[in-house]
Design a binder for this molecule. Structure first.
Ligand SMILES: CC(C)(COP(=O)(O)OP(=O)(O)OC[C@H]1O[C@@H](n2cnc3c(N)ncnc32)[C@H](O)[C@@H]1OP(=O)(O)O)[C@@H](O)C(=O)NCCC(=O)NCCS
Length: 204
């Protein structure tokens, strides 16, 4: 894990969502994210349910609670867990970088299957990247996704990430895409940009 800073905001609110730290009540949703074959289709496959249940029984939500840059994506009204969103640092040991030293910001997103197809991942990621742009100096942000993961690539493109290369990892081709963090700043809402769309959707 890289010690460089990531986003520190404890909570981020958008029109329909609240990005927040994890609670014990999120465990069912977190188990589903690890065990649903459709969610894990491009992430190495579903994990065995028994092992995941045991893991959370022993550790609770501590593995993801309170970690900087790690958020539960929760429905703003019901507070139910819709998914997770992480803005972390991509370790220099891994392939897929745009700087020599590595450790760039990297965005990862995971929604429960019931939340797909409603623009929720876009809304959550835009809110998170905007908060990060307002807090951190400009720098590249990466999305690394299996090339076969069309939904994930579509989302990255919609957010404004540009594909810059591919590489092999985990037995599959991965696409590396990059964006400038400050393209998401609240000051830079150009017509058609993620912030502009979020504004039109009532996200501020
Ligand atoms: C990747 C993933 C988060 C994308 O979720 P998603 O719901 O497709 O993404 P978005 O939030 O951008 O939603 C876009 C869809 O919502 C629709 N939509 C409906 N209402 C919308 C609104 N108000 N605003 C925007 N889009 C809206 C869009 O038309 C689009 O539909 P389409 O993909 O059928 O054309 C989700 O598929 C997932 O969790 N996959 C498994 C985990 C994974 O592989 N993660 C990648 C690791 S980096």
């Amino acid at each position: 894990m890289n010690a460089w800073p990531t986003l520190s905001a404890p909570e981020i609110t958008t029109a329909r969502l609240r990005l927040r730290t994890a609670h014990d009540a999120d465990i069912d949703g977190l188990i589903e994210l690890q065990t649903d074959p459709r969610v894990r289709a491009h992430l190495g496959g579903a994990r065995p349910r028994d092992a995941v249940v045991r893991y959370f029984a022993v550790n609770g939500v501590s593995a993801i609670a309170g970690k900087a840059g790690t958020y539960i994506v929760a429905d703003r009204e019901s507070d139910a867990c819709v998914g997770t969103l992480v803005l972390d640092r991509r370790s220099a040991d891994l392939p897929g970088h745009v700087t020599e030293e590595g450790g760039e910001l990297e965005l990862t997103y995971l929604l429960r299957r019931s939340g797909w197809g409603a623009g929720l991942a876009f809304e959550a990621a835009t809110g998170l990247l905007r908060a990060a742009a307002d807090e951190l100096p400009d720098q590249p942000v990466l999305v690394v996704t299996q090339t076969a993961n069309e939904r994930s690539r579509r989302l990255a493109t919609r957010l404004g990430f540009q594909p810059v290369g591919t590489f092999e990892a985990h037995g599959a081709e991965q696409t590396l895409a990059v964006a400038d963090l400050h393209a998401f700043a609240s000051c830079c809402d150009r017509e058609g940009s993620p912030g502009w769309w979020l504004g039109r959707l009532g996200g501020r």
